[in-house]
Write a protein that binds this ligand. Structure first.
Ligand SMILES: Nc1ncnc2c1ncn2[C@@H]1O[C@H](COP(=O)(O)OP(=O)(O)OP(=O)(O)O)[C@@H](O)[C@H]1O
Length: 340
């Protein structure tokens, strides 16, 4: 029995996964401006980590440093190592990064059109991605696999979708296509930068569900940037909080959201519609929560949203919520749940 298996047997806990991504001393500068300063964190294989923080705090630049897509005139230094890749991603040339991107790490952006080729049929784009990284070796098999993947991400009539161009789809459908492209080579890490922010509220939860299922099916890890704390509570196991270009707080979602230590995190939680009940469980009910985000004693809303009562029509990505101690749901409450 391996040492980690012996430890697991002794403690009754699952053995810890190895580190997949290790970021150390990451600085991002533009001219003489430091935009990201001394950022360091790790993500274990299969782990889902949220990255939150105010606008301009450096979340996107941190993510772009990992995938080697920093904008012109912006430079990274420090170290970003990914298991299975034998070189540092910081300072790697475009040729090296294009071998890493897609195969080891892939990114989903807020605006899918920036990642999709407007002049190429959608099925061909997904198939080409598989051929480039040799996930599929012949065109016919790649085309079939592309249609299957478009089906898996929930595009209606995937055969017809594969023959269509990006502009023929809605925003939510384009986001599903970008996800298919990102997952085409089963990357070990998916980086998502506000992937549902630009979508209609009714579509957001469905696209989020598809992303989380896609990641879970592959045992992939995920770095998820969002302003929505409920989404972090729902989807992620750990959370990193950025402020002024630095990570100011990091830890398990439940710990950070129930006992935030940094003043900035405390303000963020206060201003959100997250609520923490007597037993330290997280609940969130949008649009129905008092401004201060606190439920009065005896409030029947607490922990009783549409999902908790089984009345939620959406497929729930939160059934296996990582904190295991509660749930968060951003669906409307059921009519029986009242705030009084
Ligand atoms: N191409 C660029 N050149 C110079 N500065 C930039 C560039 N892109 C971003 N910045 C600056 O870097 C800082 C961090 O930007 P970043 O986009 O990472 O923030 P963010 O936390 O992702 O914000 P948001 O939540 O609004 O997306 C900001 O001050 C921003 O103005």
């Amino acid at each position: 029995m391996s040492t980690s298996a012996q430890t697991a047997a002794a403690t009754g806990r699952a053995p810890a996964q190895p580190d997949l991504l290790t970021v150390r001393g990451l600085d991002v500068v533009s001219g003489d401006r430091t935009l990201v300063a001394d950022v360091g964190f790790t993500i274990r294989a299969g782990e889902r980590v949220g990255l939150i923080g105010e606008s301009g705090s450096g979340k996107s630049l941190t993510a772009l440093s990992i995938v080697g897509l920093l904008p012109e005139g912006v430079r990274a230094s420090g170290s970003v190592r990914l298991a299975g890749v034998d070189h540092d991603l910081v300072g790697a040339g475009e040729a090296a990064m294009s071998r890493v991107r897609g195969k080891h790490v892939a990114m989903v952006f807020q605006e899918p059109m920036t990642a999709l080729n407007p002049t190429m049929r959608v099925g061909r784009q997904v198939a080409e991605a598989m051929l480039v990284h040799r996930t599929q070796r012949d065109r016919r098999a790649a085309a079939t696999a592309a249609v299957e993947l478009l089906d898996r991400v929930g595009l209606p009539d995937p055969q017809a979708a594969a023959r269509a161009y990006p502009h023929q789809f809605s925003g939510g459908q384009r986001q599903r296509i970008m996800l298919a492209l990102a997952l085409a080579n089963d990357p070990a890490l998916l980086v998502c930068d506000e992937p549902t922010t630009a979508l209609d509220v009714t579509v957001q939860a469905r696209v989020l569900d598809v992303i989380v299922r896609g990641v879970q099916e592959r045992d992939a890890a995920m770095l998820f940037i969002t302003h929505d704390l409920a989404v972090v509570a729902t989807v992620c196991e750990r959370v990193l909080v950025m402020y002024g270009g630095r990570i100011v707080e990091a830890g398990p979602v439940r710990e950070v959201f129930t006992r935030p230590r940094h003043r900035y995190t405390q303000g963020l939680i206060e201003a959100s519609n997250l609520d923490v009940d007597d037993r330290g469980r997280l609940a969130t009910i949008p649009g129905s929560v008092p401004a201060a985000g606190r439920f009065p004693a005896g409030c029947v809303f607490r922990n009783r949203c549409a999902h908790a009562t089984g009345a939620c029509a959406e497929r729930p990505p939160w059934t296996d919520m990582a904190t295991g101690t509660g749930y968060a749901c951003f669906h409307p409450p059921t009519s029986e749940a009242r705030h009084d």
